[in-house]
Design a protein around this ligand. Structure first.
Ligand code: SAM
Length: 245
């Protein structure tokens, strides 16, 4: 899967190309990344990529032309994929959207805004989807782009052990259960006994109950969604009833 990213801060992307699962997946050839700096598509001495907003107001706005030229270069280099930009007013990124991109495995072009954002005419002409990573304001789209890439790449077949993503948060419709590792007692606190028994059915039951419990407590909306989608068994609903009582 190929990602081309338009950004004024290319070195930031070392965070995902040089570290962890995403870096390993890249070395295995599961994905590739090319960053493009729109300053290279400017013609003035100052290599200007922003200007003051029409109508006044604070801050600067990214110019449409350097972005459009950069996008055309990306197209000529072979990426014909969907164009995604980032903004707080975009559709909030979720597991379902990530899985759609993973299933398609089509190339993507990501546009990282800076300053007050991007000239709306560029967005209207060239952008297919706008993504938000949450109800807060970042200084730029780079972190949002890396969040998207990381979430997609770790689900590409071969990026991590298949089983690891099967019971992760959201894939079952619930949040993940807590995890424990050695030592068995740490700061006076013991690991839940059932996890030491080796009894797979009991461990699975305990894990499912913890997942239901934490999801009910922190994201009751997901419980309701799982119920509507038929993802809850009779024993799940019985357990939820005892938690609510
Ligand atoms: N003026 C914008 C507003 O009030 O909505 C904020 C612009 S922000 C300082 C600069 C850039 O950061 C945006 O163009 C966008 O690319 C990125 N950004 C900020 N918050 C974001 C979020 N919640 N999700 C995704 N990208 C975001």
């Amino acid at each position: 899967m190929r990602f081309d990213v338009i950004t004024l801060f290319e070195p930031m992307f070392a965070a995902i190309t040089e570290n962890g699962i995403t870096s390993r997946a890249m070395r295995r050839g599961l994905w590739s990344l090319q960053t493009w700096n729109p300053r290279e598509e400017t013609e003035d001495n100052h290599r200007t990529v922003d200007d003051r907003p029409f109508g006044g107001g604070p801050g600067m706005v990214m110019l449409a032309e350097p972005l459009a030229r950069t996008l055309k270069r990306i197209r000529r280099s072979g990426n014909k994929g969907r164009v995604i930009s980032f903004a707080p007013n975009g559709k909030k990124l979720d597991d379902q959207t990530v899985r759609r991109w993973v299933a398609d495995q089509n190339d993507l072009v990501l546009i990282c805004g800076r300053y007050e954002g991007i000239d709306q005419r560029f967005l209207d002409h060239y952008v297919d989807e706008t993504v938000s990573i949450g109800d807060f304001v970042l200084s730029g789209g780079e972190l949002a782009a890396m969040v998207l890439i990381d979430a997609v790449v770790r689900q590409l077949p071969g990026a991590i052990k298949e089983l690891s993503t099967l019971d992760e948060s959201f894939s079952t419709g619930l949040l993940d259960a807590p995890h424990y590792t050695r030592p068995e007692i740490w700061e006076g606190e013991a690991v839940p006994e059932v996890l030491l028994t080796g009894h797979h059915a009991n461990i699975a039951k305990w894990t499912r109950e913890r997942a239901l419990e934490i999801t009910l407590r922190t994201r009751p909306d997901l419980i309701e969604k799982a119920r509507i989608e038929g993802k809850l068994s009779k024993s799940d609903t019985d357990w939820l009833k005892t938690l609510r009582d």
